[in-house]
Design a binder for this molecule. Structure first.
Ligand SMILES: [Zn+2]
Ligand SMILES: [Zn+2]
Length: 261
């Protein structure tokens, strides 16, 4: 079952450029080489028209630096490891056209898709934050409604943007105690997977989940549903520290061998 996923490629790492990760790009490359990886994909945070402080994504100046340093590293390490420069674009339903323009403007080699924010009045709330205030506000809006909006946004994004892989599909509200999906949400997940199949978008197996909840994102049943649709899987560590590159990848083959039916 090892062939279901290539664990020599880490398809999702960040760097200090996003303001909430640490480490230089080169430190991530060195760690990937040390781990014996053949490919490392940077997937830096790109957000568009999101009103949230402090900024947890790259601005234009950061992206200029990112692509310059990335090109240098590609050359320097070309005999050793394949480096790809991508972005993890958040979807903002109110800025779809602007996102498309930005993706076209950058020399992006891989586009990961996620949705980190929920609009609430004049501001956005972070769906993946562990901050108490943020969780309280989202709970007050209603977890079910927030999750419904999240899956609807991702499904729209898959059909609207040119993207390669969907990141941490079920990580929404991961820090809200007792969060669970209802039957409508499960139906939405099926529709999202249908859209991914139709638009050739891969599913990320995000191993940061091992550290958050003992099992990767997304849950096994979602992976089963993806494979039923012949959606390819890609491993991503979502490293925010160089030491996290390729984290827990060796556990994936065994896990995928015992997926729920
Ligand atoms: Zn991040
Ligand atoms: Zn990420």
């Amino acid at each position: 079952m090892t062939s279901l996923i290539d664990i020599r490629e880490d398809g999702h790492v960040h760097t200090r450029l996003c303001n909430h990760a640490v480490g230089e790009m080169e430190e991530y490359v060195q760690q990937a080489v040390e781990r014996g990886l053949t490919t490392l994909v940077f997937l830096e945070h790109l957000e568009t028209e999101i009103r949230y402080q402090p900024r947890s994504w790259l601005d234009d100046a950061d992206f200029a630096l990112y692509f310059r340093e990335g090109e240098r590293l590609k050359q320097q390490y070309r005999e050793v490891i394949d480096i790809k420069l991508g972005v993890e674009t958040g979807y903002n339903p109110e800025a779809a056209e602007a996102i498309r323009r930005r993706l076209a403007r950058y020399p992006v080699e891989r586009v990961g898709l996620s949705c980190h924010f929920h609009r609430h009045g004049d501001v956005h709330l972070n769906l993946l934050s562990r901050r108490r205030q943020s969780l309280d506000q989202l709970a007050a809006i209603g977890a079910d409604a927030v999750v419904t909006a999240y899956f609807a946004a991702l499904t729209e994004a898959v059909a609207t943007l040119d993207c390669d892989v969907l990141c941490h599909l079920d990580a929404v509200l991961r820090h809200l105690p007792g969060i669970r999906f209802n039957d409508d949400h499960r139906r939405q997940i099926g529709e999202l997977l249908d859209a991914m199949q139709a638009h050739s978008v891969a599913l990320e197996i995000n191993t940061s989940g091992f550290d958050y909840r003992g099992t990767p994102f997304p849950a096994g049943w979602i992976v089963t549903e993806a494979l039923r649709r012949n959606i390819p899987l890609r491993a991503g560590s979502d490293a925010h520290h160089p030491a996290e590159v390729g984290r827990h990848f060796k556990r994936l083959p065994d896990l995928l061998a015992v997926l729920p039916a």
